[in-house]
Write a protein that binds this ligand. Structure first.
Ligand code: OAD
Length: 243
């Protein structure tokens, strides 16, 4: 048996997993977390994105999330979101694992998506455990309340919280079973998402990184593309065969 060439690894991929981070939405106008202009340069995560912050001041936390919802509602999916939505119908097995809570992959048409860190567009009742879509912008009153009277929270993962077990299970399953993993626009500093490319590689997948900058993953990937996701992904993915 011969080792397939790099091009063949792309062409022959039948099980593709994609891991995305905030960089995939940067060209839509949504701030990333780290780097110049990043949210964690301007805001303190421990005051806005922890269970303790929410317990202390739910209105303040909600004002920040409502502001982010308003910003994102004005943004549109970019070319990177669109080509990833096209890709899922071109391969038999596909999973898009995103750390983003902005909902832009779904707005671009992606359906096989795992939102590892939740979604800004859903709320959760801590008393009843129910999760509900709340797309209206702005929310009529802050903090929003459940019919049961409890203060609702954004259905996102905060620092110090565990990720949803089913989402993690699906993400690990895809990383272990894929033959190609695309890693797009993540600084790969937050676990467990950051571990997925190494898991894919250990199980024999060909791993491709698309990022403006070097990351802790860059030394382990098989193929590196430095630049903007919205420019590189359309070029890379047009090389794949159709459905
Ligand atoms: P980061 O802000 O940490 O990293 C964004 C990455 O995208 C960086 O490596 C940038 O170089 C790269 N980048 C920026 N613009 C790009 C573009 N146009 N094309 C390609 N790459 C680009 O965001 P994440 O890695 O997503 O968690 O951060 C992970 C998690 O940390 C987030 O989900 C969030 C945050 O704390 C929670 O809120 C739980």
């Amino acid at each position: 048996m011969t080792t397939p060439t790099f091009d063949a690894r792309w062409r022959e991929a039948r099980r593709i997993a994609v891991l995305t981070g905030a960089g995939v939405s940067a060209e839509s106008g949504i701030p990333t977390f780290r780097g110049a202009g990043g949210l964690w340069r301007r805001y303190r995560a421990e005051e806005l994105a922890t269970p303790e912050a929410f317990a202390r001041d739910p209105r303040l936390v909600w004002e920040w999330y409502d502001w982010r919802r308003r910003v994102i509602a004005e943004c549109r999916p970019n070319a990177a979101h669109h080509v990833l939505a096209d890709l899922e119908v071109r391969v038999p097995e596909f999973l898009l694992i995103t750390q983003n809570v902005d909902g832009l992959h779904r707005r671009a048409g992606s359906q096989r998506v795992v939102e590892l860190h939740g979604s800004l567009w859903r709320v959760r009742c801590p008393a009843e455990g129910t999760v509900t879509e709340r797309p209206e912008v702005p929310l009529p009153s802050l903090p929003p309340r459940c019919a049961c009277g409890a203060v609702l929270r954004p259905d996102v993962v905060w620092f110090g919280e565990a990720l949803p077990t089913d989402a993690v299970g699906r993400a690990y399953g895809a990383a272990e079973g894929c033959d190609l993993m695309l890693v797009v626009g993540t600084s790969a500093l937050v676990q467990p998402a950051a571990a997925l490319p190494a898991i894919a590689k250990a199980h024999g997948a060909y791993v491709v990184e698309v990022n403006l900058d070097a990351t802790p993953l860059s030394h382990l990937v098989d193929e590196l593309h430095r630049g903007k996701a919205g420019e590189i992904l359309p070029r890379l993915l047009c090389a794949l065969p159709g459905p």
